[in-house]
Design a protein around this ligand. Sequence first.
Ligand SMILES: Cc1cc2nc3c(=O)[nH]c(=O)nc-3n(C[C@H](O)[C@H](O)[C@H](O)COP(=O)(O)O)c2cc1C
Length: 364
Amino acid sequence: MARLHTALSDQLGLVVPIVQAPMAGGPASIELVAAVSQAGGLGSFGFAYTPPEEMKRQAAAVRAKTNGPFGINLFGAPLPSDVPDADQREALSAVAGYYAELGLPHPEPVRAPYGPDFSAQLDAVVDIRPKVFTTHLSALSGVQLGRLKAAGILVGASATCVAEAEMLQSLGFDFVIAQGGEAGGHRGTYLRDPYEAMTGTLALTRLLAKAVRLPVIAAGGIMDGEGIAAVLCLGAQAAQLGTAFIACPESGASQAHKEALLAAREDITTITEKFSGKPARGIANRFTREMQARNALQLVFPAQNSVTAKLRAASAKAGNPDFVAMWAGQGLALSRALPAAALIARLEAEAIEAIRRTANIVKE
Ligand SMILES: Cc1cc2nc3c(=O)[nH]c(=O)nc-3n(C[C@H](O)[C@H](O)[C@H](O)COP(=O)(O)O)c2cc1C
């Protein structure tokens, strides 16, 4: 039986060169990570907002289900200290009407720290010793990288431009994830203005494959085996898919998010800072449209995430998509609600078929 593999997928211990993108905020559940890893792909936790003890609990739960390798991902963006009271008041009043509409009390001021302590989370990663660790929105210090590598962990990070990939190479990272402008979720940009680092997956994968010696994983808008075959042709050694896994029954995404993905017929995404304070691509909804139209103030990342947390949760619970952050990439209309193992098998078969079909284009 034909199989797909690359030097990087062999090094990561994968049966197929497919990475389920880490997805903080729910979708990358224990069940999804375990199912992908068991099926031979790299299941990945998005632990950006997860405290260390909970990280350990979830990692142990995956290990109880599979011996397959898995990855852990964190956001290394620095956390701000308390934001000024005047900004708080304006940001809270911008969303207060929505809170009232859902029957929630007036939103409370938010206080630092706005997320778990990054160094305590990294300690937990070293304890857990996953096969792979990646960062988003940042690189790492030499000391942090050294600790992870000394624990035998392969370390990568998202890059949205050549400068970021070159920096990761100079620091000693093991691989780089080319996050194209099509990608769902937060832009991983940390060296440039994120709006000026929006190169598409096709161009970015090629640029990074030529600019650095590190293996490249391509991410952004890849939804099927045809997309995987395309990025392998461009020189990527694996494909990282986020949106494609959201509709899987094992994913922890809200029902509203899954239904919106499956109903989409074309690209209905937008890039917004209104949910979290940093630009992220998701399905345009009432919240993104109205907040944008009113030019409403948002707090810095991730303080704004705290401002919208209860609103997002209540909206998801009510099955109302209006105020849910439904991160998704531009290929969302190609979503399939298949169990993760069936999806991985389908992705691999499609990629092999696409590569064979493409070979027929060549006339000897
Ligand atoms: C719901 C969602 C959450 C995401 N959360 C994270 C995250 O926590 N860490 C990360 O590195 N990337 C995250 N991303 C971005 C992915 O790593 C990847 O770049 C993106 O999914 C690729 O584009 P695609 O969604 O079109 O496949 C997220 C993407 C989505 C769709």
